[in-house]
Design a protein around this ligand. Sequence first.
Ligand code: ZN
Length: 269
Amino acid sequence: MHLSLNTVTVKERWGLADCIEGCARHGITGIAPWRDVLQAMGVDAAAKRIRDAGLVVTGLCRGGMFPAADAAGRAAAIEDNRRAIHEAHTIGARCLVMVCGGLPLGSKDLPAAREQVREGLHAILPEARAAGVTIALEPLHPMTCADRSVLSTLGQALDLCDELDEGTGVALDVYHVWWDPDLARQVARAGKRIAAFHVCDWKVPTTDTVFDRGIPGEGCIDIPAIRAMVTQAGYTGGFAEVEVLSKRWWAEDPDMVLPLLKQRIATSV
Ligand code: ZN
């Protein structure tokens, strides 16, 4: 598989312009920007730069965050997702990655939060379909259920895809799904609905639930086994998107990190 650089991997050192130039310098053909760096450059200008560089945009990170304590908050989230759909369309992203959101602050009502995610997705689906932007539901590890995603398993994401149907898929991130005893069955079930394949690694011990990811090969995830499942299921996207949120790796020079990631794609993915 080819490497796609998720911009969060080098976020402490590089803005989007640096990432685009760095991909060219290191022979990397895919990119997945986060919305903050995209907006910092300006969406139209970024779209042109990415197009001129010939980069495949494997995804835009991220939409979602639907649950909120009140109706105004939920409406604001839906509006923000509509802007994200427009941005994804403008840069030609293969998908808009959805981090669906956790419990509203102070709430213990998990079923209600899940229902708010469902309603939010239904609300934005017409715009996504009209724009030709695939909504890629990314299940997140259950340790994030309180604050980032009440969507926790691939099976749960696929149930939502079954319901939402056209214009939806899943973003499969090995960090979030590797532990799932039902993974093989659910990846096979996902089939061509796998819109993005994210790689990094689970370090032992993990010292931070968000910012201590490893690069592929650094941890305990059998990434080649998951990659085989994904390929077998029908993922033809050709890219493994490296998404490493890590204080340790953020401290390194990206011009050292990118060649290492290329090597790890070849040896550890
Ligand atoms: Zn991811």
